[in-house]
Design a protein around this ligand. Structure first.
Ligand code: OAD
Length: 236
Protein backbone atom coordinates (compact mmCIF):
# COMPACT_ATOMS: atom_id res chain seq x y z
CA UNK A 1 0.00 0.00 0.00
CA UNK A 2 2.78 2.44 0.95
CA UNK A 3 4.63 1.90 -2.36
CA UNK A 4 1.45 2.36 -4.36
CA UNK A 5 0.74 5.60 -2.50
CA UNK A 6 4.18 6.94 -3.33
CA UNK A 7 3.93 6.02 -7.01
CA UNK A 8 0.64 7.88 -7.19
CA UNK A 9 2.03 10.91 -5.39
CA UNK A 10 5.00 11.18 -7.74
CA UNK A 11 3.28 10.44 -11.06
CA UNK A 12 2.36 13.21 -13.46
CA UNK A 13 0.45 10.85 -15.74
CA UNK A 14 -2.06 8.33 -14.38
CA UNK A 15 -4.74 6.22 -16.05
CA UNK A 16 -7.35 4.05 -14.36
CA UNK A 17 -9.45 1.20 -15.75
CA UNK A 18 -12.57 0.40 -13.76
CA UNK A 19 -15.04 -2.47 -13.90
CA UNK A 20 -18.27 -3.53 -12.24
CA UNK A 21 -16.53 -4.00 -8.86
CA UNK A 22 -16.25 -0.25 -8.29
CA UNK A 23 -20.04 0.07 -8.44
CA UNK A 24 -20.69 -3.02 -6.29
CA UNK A 25 -20.67 -0.95 -3.11
CA UNK A 26 -23.32 1.27 -4.66
CA UNK A 27 -25.55 -1.81 -4.84
CA UNK A 28 -25.14 -2.63 -8.53
CA UNK A 29 -24.53 -6.38 -8.94
CA UNK A 30 -21.35 -7.34 -10.78
CA UNK A 31 -21.61 -9.58 -13.85
CA UNK A 32 -19.58 -12.54 -12.67
CA UNK A 33 -20.12 -12.34 -8.92
CA UNK A 34 -23.01 -13.39 -6.68
CA UNK A 35 -26.21 -11.74 -7.91
CA UNK A 36 -24.80 -11.56 -11.44
CA UNK A 37 -27.59 -13.73 -12.81
CA UNK A 38 -30.85 -12.10 -13.82
CA UNK A 39 -33.63 -14.69 -13.84
CA UNK A 40 -31.56 -17.62 -15.13
CA UNK A 41 -29.48 -15.61 -17.60
CA UNK A 42 -25.83 -14.60 -17.58
CA UNK A 43 -24.63 -11.33 -19.18
CA UNK A 44 -23.17 -13.38 -22.04
CA UNK A 45 -26.67 -14.73 -22.81
CA UNK A 46 -28.26 -11.28 -23.03
CA UNK A 47 -25.61 -8.74 -24.03
CA UNK A 48 -25.26 -9.96 -27.61
CA UNK A 49 -26.67 -8.92 -30.98
CA UNK A 50 -28.00 -12.48 -31.38
CA UNK A 51 -29.97 -12.34 -28.12
CA UNK A 52 -31.46 -8.99 -29.16
CA UNK A 53 -32.42 -10.27 -32.60
CA UNK A 54 -34.06 -13.32 -31.01
CA UNK A 55 -35.92 -11.56 -28.21
CA UNK A 56 -35.56 -7.76 -28.01
CA UNK A 57 -38.15 -7.52 -25.26
CA UNK A 58 -36.29 -9.92 -22.97
CA UNK A 59 -33.00 -8.09 -23.51
CA UNK A 60 -34.70 -4.75 -22.84
CA UNK A 61 -36.35 -6.12 -19.68
CA UNK A 62 -32.88 -6.88 -18.37
CA UNK A 63 -31.57 -3.41 -19.26
CA UNK A 64 -34.68 -1.76 -17.85
CA UNK A 65 -34.10 -3.65 -14.58
CA UNK A 66 -30.45 -2.56 -14.46
CA UNK A 67 -31.41 1.03 -15.30
CA UNK A 68 -33.83 0.98 -12.35
CA UNK A 69 -31.14 -0.27 -9.95
CA UNK A 70 -28.66 2.33 -11.18
CA UNK A 71 -31.15 5.19 -11.02
CA UNK A 72 -31.70 4.50 -7.34
CA UNK A 73 -27.99 4.03 -6.56
CA UNK A 74 -25.47 6.66 -5.50
CA UNK A 75 -21.77 6.90 -6.35
CA UNK A 76 -19.58 5.60 -3.52
CA UNK A 77 -16.24 6.48 -1.92
CA UNK A 78 -14.36 4.64 -4.70
CA UNK A 79 -15.91 6.78 -7.43
CA UNK A 80 -15.25 9.91 -5.38
CA UNK A 81 -11.60 9.02 -4.74
CA UNK A 82 -10.99 8.98 -8.49
CA UNK A 83 -12.47 12.48 -8.79
CA UNK A 84 -10.03 13.66 -6.14
CA UNK A 85 -7.11 11.92 -7.80
CA UNK A 86 -7.94 13.56 -11.13
CA UNK A 87 -7.77 16.98 -9.51
CA UNK A 88 -4.30 16.28 -8.19
CA UNK A 89 -2.54 14.62 -11.13
CA UNK A 90 -1.37 16.62 -14.12
CA UNK A 91 -2.72 14.15 -16.67
CA UNK A 92 -5.41 11.75 -15.54
CA UNK A 93 -7.57 9.53 -17.72
CA UNK A 94 -10.46 7.46 -16.46
CA UNK A 95 -11.36 4.47 -18.61
CA UNK A 96 -14.40 2.49 -17.58
CA UNK A 97 -16.08 -0.69 -18.74
CA UNK A 98 -19.13 0.36 -16.74
CA UNK A 99 -22.18 1.69 -18.51
CA UNK A 100 -23.88 2.96 -15.33
CA UNK A 101 -22.72 6.60 -15.43
CA UNK A 102 -21.83 6.60 -11.71
CA UNK A 103 -18.39 8.06 -12.44
CA UNK A 104 -20.09 11.04 -14.14
CA UNK A 105 -22.49 11.45 -11.25
CA UNK A 106 -19.55 11.41 -8.80
CA UNK A 107 -18.04 14.32 -10.75
CA UNK A 108 -15.50 12.67 -13.07
CA UNK A 109 -15.06 14.47 -16.40
CA UNK A 110 -14.25 13.09 -19.86
CA UNK A 111 -14.76 9.46 -18.82
CA UNK A 112 -13.79 7.06 -21.59
CA UNK A 113 -16.73 4.64 -21.67
CA UNK A 114 -15.36 1.80 -23.72
CA UNK A 115 -18.57 -0.27 -23.38
CA UNK A 116 -20.97 2.63 -23.98
CA UNK A 117 -23.65 4.12 -21.77
CA UNK A 118 -26.85 2.46 -20.51
CA UNK A 119 -28.69 5.84 -20.57
CA UNK A 120 -28.23 6.18 -24.33
CA UNK A 121 -30.55 4.53 -26.85
CA UNK A 122 -29.82 4.03 -30.54
CA UNK A 123 -32.24 3.37 -33.37
CA UNK A 124 -31.52 0.14 -35.23
CA UNK A 125 -33.20 1.64 -38.33
CA UNK A 126 -32.14 5.30 -38.64
CA UNK A 127 -29.11 5.21 -36.33
CA UNK A 128 -30.20 8.24 -34.28
CA UNK A 129 -28.70 8.20 -30.79
CA UNK A 130 -30.41 9.96 -27.87
CA UNK A 131 -30.36 9.98 -24.12
CA UNK A 132 -33.33 8.55 -22.28
CA UNK A 133 -33.34 8.70 -18.48
CA UNK A 134 -36.85 7.38 -17.95
CA UNK A 135 -37.19 4.57 -15.42
CA UNK A 136 -38.96 2.35 -16.16
CA UNK A 137 -39.24 2.88 -19.89
CA UNK A 138 -42.91 3.27 -20.84
CA UNK A 139 -42.72 0.72 -23.65
CA UNK A 140 -40.59 -2.42 -23.95
CA UNK A 141 -38.98 -2.72 -26.38
CA UNK A 142 -38.87 1.04 -27.02
CA UNK A 143 -39.24 2.51 -30.51
CA UNK A 144 -37.76 5.51 -32.28
CA UNK A 145 -39.83 8.37 -33.70
CA UNK A 146 -39.08 6.86 -37.12
CA UNK A 147 -40.78 3.62 -36.01
CA UNK A 148 -37.53 1.64 -35.81
CA UNK A 149 -36.59 -0.55 -32.86
CA UNK A 150 -34.34 1.13 -30.28
CA UNK A 151 -31.40 -0.69 -28.73
CA UNK A 152 -29.33 0.22 -25.66
CA UNK A 153 -26.31 2.42 -26.44
CA UNK A 154 -23.92 -0.17 -25.08
CA UNK A 155 -21.34 -2.47 -26.63
CA UNK A 156 -22.37 -6.10 -26.81
CA UNK A 157 -20.19 -9.19 -26.97
CA UNK A 158 -18.87 -9.59 -30.49
CA UNK A 159 -19.24 -5.88 -31.31
CA UNK A 160 -16.37 -3.46 -31.84
CA UNK A 161 -15.66 -0.80 -29.23
CA UNK A 162 -16.32 2.84 -30.18
CA UNK A 163 -13.30 3.74 -32.29
CA UNK A 164 -12.30 7.14 -30.91
CA UNK A 165 -12.91 6.18 -27.33
CA UNK A 166 -10.79 3.07 -27.67
CA UNK A 167 -7.95 4.91 -29.39
CA UNK A 168 -7.92 7.47 -26.58
CA UNK A 169 -7.93 4.68 -23.99
CA UNK A 170 -4.93 3.01 -25.61
CA UNK A 171 -3.07 6.31 -25.91
CA UNK A 172 -3.64 7.20 -22.25
CA UNK A 173 -2.61 3.69 -21.19
CA UNK A 174 0.65 3.90 -23.12
CA UNK A 175 1.46 7.29 -21.59
CA UNK A 176 0.60 6.39 -18.00
CA UNK A 177 3.35 6.23 -15.40
CA UNK A 178 0.89 4.60 -13.04
CA UNK A 179 -2.03 2.45 -14.19
CA UNK A 180 -4.81 1.53 -11.76
CA UNK A 181 -6.99 -1.53 -12.44
CA UNK A 182 -10.03 -1.43 -10.21
CA UNK A 183 -12.85 -3.92 -9.70
CA UNK A 184 -12.63 -5.78 -12.95
CA UNK A 185 -12.33 -9.53 -13.46
CA UNK A 186 -10.10 -8.57 -16.44
CA UNK A 187 -11.43 -11.36 -18.66
CA UNK A 188 -13.35 -9.36 -21.29
CA UNK A 189 -11.22 -8.24 -24.22
CA UNK A 190 -10.09 -5.92 -25.66
CA UNK A 191 -10.59 -3.87 -22.44
CA UNK A 192 -8.61 -6.31 -20.29
CA UNK A 193 -5.75 -6.01 -22.77
CA UNK A 194 -5.06 -2.51 -21.44
CA UNK A 195 -3.45 -4.10 -18.37
CA UNK A 196 -0.59 -5.83 -20.24
CA UNK A 197 -0.36 -2.81 -22.55
CA UNK A 198 0.28 -0.53 -19.56
CA UNK A 199 2.84 -2.96 -18.17
CA UNK A 200 4.64 -3.28 -21.49
CA UNK A 201 4.75 0.52 -21.81
CA UNK A 202 6.52 0.74 -18.45
CA UNK A 203 3.75 1.81 -16.09
CA UNK A 204 3.58 0.75 -12.48
CA UNK A 205 0.37 -1.25 -12.40
CA UNK A 206 -1.72 -1.24 -9.22
CA UNK A 207 -4.66 -3.61 -8.97
CA UNK A 208 -7.53 -3.17 -6.51
CA UNK A 209 -9.89 -6.13 -6.33
CA UNK A 210 -11.72 -8.24 -3.80
CA UNK A 211 -10.34 -11.37 -5.45
CA UNK A 212 -7.40 -12.54 -7.47
CA UNK A 213 -7.58 -11.93 -11.24
CA UNK A 214 -5.60 -13.36 -14.17
CA UNK A 215 -3.26 -10.34 -13.85
CA UNK A 216 -2.72 -10.35 -10.08
CA UNK A 217 0.62 -12.12 -10.32
CA UNK A 218 1.93 -9.79 -13.03
CA UNK A 219 1.03 -6.39 -11.61
CA UNK A 220 3.43 -4.33 -9.50
CA UNK A 221 1.08 -4.10 -6.56
CA UNK A 222 -2.08 -6.10 -5.93
CA UNK A 223 -4.33 -4.72 -3.20
CA UNK A 224 -7.03 -7.13 -2.04
CA UNK A 225 -10.22 -5.57 -0.71
CA UNK A 226 -13.10 -3.22 -1.47
CA UNK A 227 -12.52 -0.36 -3.88
CA UNK A 228 -14.58 1.98 -1.69
CA UNK A 229 -12.17 1.40 1.19
CA UNK A 230 -8.84 0.93 -0.57
CA UNK A 231 -9.05 3.73 -3.14
CA UNK A 232 -9.43 6.55 -0.58
CA UNK A 233 -6.48 5.03 1.31
CA UNK A 234 -4.21 4.64 -1.68
CA UNK A 235 -4.72 8.20 -2.87
CA UNK A 236 -4.27 9.64 0.64
P1 OAD B 1 -17.11 -8.66 -13.49
O1 OAD B 1 -18.44 -8.86 -12.85
O2 OAD B 1 -16.63 -9.70 -14.44
O3 OAD B 1 -16.00 -8.52 -12.38
C1 OAD B 1 -16.15 -7.71 -11.26
C2 OAD B 1 -14.85 -7.73 -10.48
O4 OAD B 1 -14.94 -6.83 -9.39
C3 OAD B 1 -14.47 -9.09 -9.91
O5 OAD B 1 -13.09 -9.34 -10.18
C4 OAD B 1 -14.69 -8.92 -8.39
O6 OAD B 1 -13.76 -9.66 -7.62
C5 OAD B 1 -14.45 -7.44 -8.22
N1 OAD B 1 -15.17 -6.80 -7.10
C6 OAD B 1 -16.44 -7.03 -6.68
N2 OAD B 1 -16.78 -6.18 -5.69
C7 OAD B 1 -15.70 -5.38 -5.49
C8 OAD B 1 -15.42 -4.28 -4.61
N3 OAD B 1 -16.32 -3.83 -3.74
N4 OAD B 1 -14.20 -3.70 -4.69
C9 OAD B 1 -13.27 -4.16 -5.58
N5 OAD B 1 -13.49 -5.18 -6.43
C10 OAD B 1 -14.66 -5.78 -6.39
O7 OAD B 1 -17.15 -7.20 -14.16
P2 OAD B 1 -16.19 -6.56 -15.27
O8 OAD B 1 -14.81 -7.07 -15.17
O9 OAD B 1 -16.43 -5.11 -15.20
O10 OAD B 1 -19.42 -5.99 -20.68
O11 OAD B 1 -16.86 -7.14 -16.57
C11 OAD B 1 -16.39 -6.74 -17.80
C12 OAD B 1 -17.49 -6.68 -18.80
O12 OAD B 1 -18.21 -7.90 -18.85
C13 OAD B 1 -18.56 -5.66 -18.50
O13 OAD B 1 -18.22 -4.35 -18.92
C14 OAD B 1 -19.71 -6.16 -19.29
C15 OAD B 1 -19.63 -7.59 -18.83
O14 OAD B 1 -20.33 -8.50 -19.50
C16 OAD B 1 -20.36 -5.87 -21.60
O15 OAD B 1 -21.53 -5.81 -21.31
C17 OAD B 1 -19.85 -5.79 -22.99
Amino acid sequence: MQRAREWLREASSVAALTGAGISAESGIPTFRGAGGLWREFRAEDLATPEAFARDPRLVWEWYDWRRGLIAHAEPNAGHRALVELAQRVERFTLITQNVDGLHDRAGSRDVLKVHGDIWMVRCTACGRQTRDDRVPLPELPPHCECGGLLRPGVVWFGEPLPDNVWREAERATRQAEVFLVIGTAAVVYPAAGLVPLAKAAGAKVIEINLDETPYSAQVDCSLRGRAGELLPEVIA
